[in-house]
Write a protein that binds this ligand. Structure first.
Ligand code: SF4
Ligand code: SF4
Length: 525
């Protein structure tokens, strides 16, 4: 019997999963146009390797980032690069940045893939290289570089956790993946275990996903997966949060401001595991993923295997279009998703769900009232924070105090928002304050970097000055005190000249004379 642990707070929410989960998984057609933002998570823009007019193939790298945090971007179908231009990003800010636009040619021609069915011979570093080159990032929504996450450095890891606890309402893409491709997920888990050199994997799945659990158990029984445990966890939001799932499955706490590796665990989404399997075994980079499209605002909700870069408008079209009551477009779920201003935006690697809400389906923004200090927000916070205090300090721009109250640990789950009787948009305040903190930290580290460079330059100048002074001193000393070694040598030569022609009888007397102090005087020269 597996012992499960509890985390603080959490909410039982209406799941709203049936609409999309009942329809069979469908494959989305290749859209006429694919759009790839060059801005990736946690880094500067990737640099385009393609030029306007280039013909590119499916699976071809079209952009590269500036380090391990930014894996490459691949074309998800063949076609002509028609533009490299700023376009709005799939972000609530609606800000624009550079994108590569490909007009697809309908041929879907692919680069030759390098299959590796014998991956068990490969070393962890080589597997990590393949994962990076295949453009794999976390598909649970965070889009963190998988190659970086599977390289814990000096930390000792003993457990891989696969996150199949799809706890946010409406989203069913992981459920669909597990029902349709359980073998890919389990095989991906095995590859990740090889990368991490661990013997244990726990696959956490919510107990309201019976078909996925059945499919996984059947696949596990059919293969050699005895060191992968499939563990049902209670459907409680946000049990799929990384730190919450680690707590539930292992009882371990990830330290404040720490990462799962600090607790000896690496956590990966089940979709990421399947992507790792495809990359390593089939040689297929990350060019498609399952996306849920749901809500009362869409005619035919469901799950689609969709090419990365597909505009949302095309996915809406494949799903029968908007229903008459469509109200809001959300990327992600109702708790943690972000409202989008337009359906012209593309689906990026992190896009797990498009929620088109119908009239009155989700509560939109309401008039905020003063905080009545009821404490309801603290009761549900899964991180055990004090949202009320965080709100005061965030609102007052007192970032120092907000930090003391562990603002960076907030996972933006929205539980506090959900229960607040005063309808205070707490998460909005927390997001803004966290962004400001990050910006300040960047500024500080930039300033620190500049100061370090200045100090290093000063130290180098001082050192050079010192060396010049020492050299000058040595020269001066040499001039003031001539080196006598040359004089000594000259005396020796002179003595030798004198000795050579003399008869043996006088040699001893001559030698004695030459060795007298007088004979050594420089005047003799
Ligand atoms: S739930 Fe809302 S009203 Fe109650 S303490 Fe928290 S912020 Fe204040
Ligand atoms: S949004 Fe942050 S403060 Fe609010 S409940 Fe979630 S973790 Fe706690």
């Amino acid at each position: 019997m597996f012992t499960l642990h509890r985390f603080h707070g959490g909410l039982h929410l209406d799941a709203h999963k049936e609409d999309s989960s009942l329809a069979p998984l469908a494959t989305a057609p290749v859209p006429p146009r694919l759009i790839f933002p060059l801005q990736q998570r946690g880094g500067q823009n990737a640099e385009s390797l393609a030029s306007v007019g280039d013909h590119v193939l499916k699976g071809q790298v079209i952009a590269r980032g500036d380090g391990p945090m930014n894996p490459p971007i691949h074309a998800s179908s063949s076609g002509i690069v028609s533009a490299i231009e700023p376009r709005p990003l799939p972000h609530s800010s609606g800000l624009a940045d550079l994108t590569i636009v490909i007009d697809t040619d309908g041929e879907d021609l692919a680069l030759e893939a390098e299959a590796r069915p014998d991956y068990r011979q490969l070393a962890p570093d080589e597997l990590r290289r393949i994962i990076f080159e295949s453009g794999i990032v976390g598909l649970g929504g965070a889009a963190f570089s998988t190659a970086v996450k599977t390289d814990p450095g000096h930390r000792a890891i003993d457990t891989l956790i696969l996150n199949g606890a799809e706890c946010e309402p409406y989203i069913t893409c992981d459920d669909s993946l597990l029902r349709n491709f359980p073998h890919e997920v389990l095989e991906g888990a095995r590859i990740l275990m090889q990368v991490l050199s661990v013997e244990r994997c726990l696959l956490g799945i919510e107990d309201d996903m019976p078909e996925a659990i059945r499919a996984l158990r059947e696949a596990r029984a059919a293969g050699d997966y005895s060191n992968i445990d499939i563990v049902k966890v209670p459907a409680l939001y946000p049990s799929g949060g990384e730190k919450q799932l680690i707590r539930i499955l292992t009882g371990r706490e990830v330290p404040t401001r720490g990462i799962p590796a600090d607790a000896g665990v690496i956590c990966q989404n089940v979709g990421t595991a399947a992507a790792v399997f495809r990359a390593v075994v089939w040689g297929e980079p990350l060019i498609e993923r399952i996306v849920t499209i749901t809500g009362k605002g869409i005619k035919n909700p469901g799950n689609w295997l969709t090419r990365i870069g597909t505009p949302i408008a095309d996915l809406v079209r494949y799903s029968g279009g908007y229903s008459g009551v469509a109200e809001r477009l959300i990327l992600g779920g109702p708790m943690m998703g972000m409202s989008l201003p337009s359906d012209a935006l593309p689906l990026v690697k992190a896009a797990n769900c498009v929620l088109v809400t119908g009239r009155g389906e989700t509560t939109g923004p309401k008039q905020a009232l003063p905080c009545i200090r009821c404490g309801a927000c603290a009761e549900v916070c899964p991180v055990n924070l004090l949202p009320q205090q965080l709100y005061w300090y965030s609102r007052a721009d007192n970032l120092e105090r907000a930090q003391e109250y562990q603002l960076p640990d907030c996972i933006e789950c929205g539980c506090c928002d959900y229960v607040c009787p005063s309808h205070i948009p707490l998460v909005q305040y927390f997001r803004a304050a966290k962004s400001e903190l990050v910006a300040k930290q960047r500024e500080r580290s930039k300033a620190d970097h500049a100061r370090e460079r200045f100090e290093a330059r000063q130290a180098r100048k001082e050192q050079e000055k010192l060396e010049r002074a020492e050299a000058a001193q040595r020269k001066k000393a040499a001039l003031a005190k001539p080196d006598t070694s040359e004089i000594q040598e000259a005396i020796a030569r002179a003595k030798a000249r004198k000795r050579a022609p003399e008869p043996d009888a006088t040699a001893a007397a001559e030698r004695a004379d030459n060795e007298s102090p007088k004979a050594q005087e420089p005047a003799e020269n």
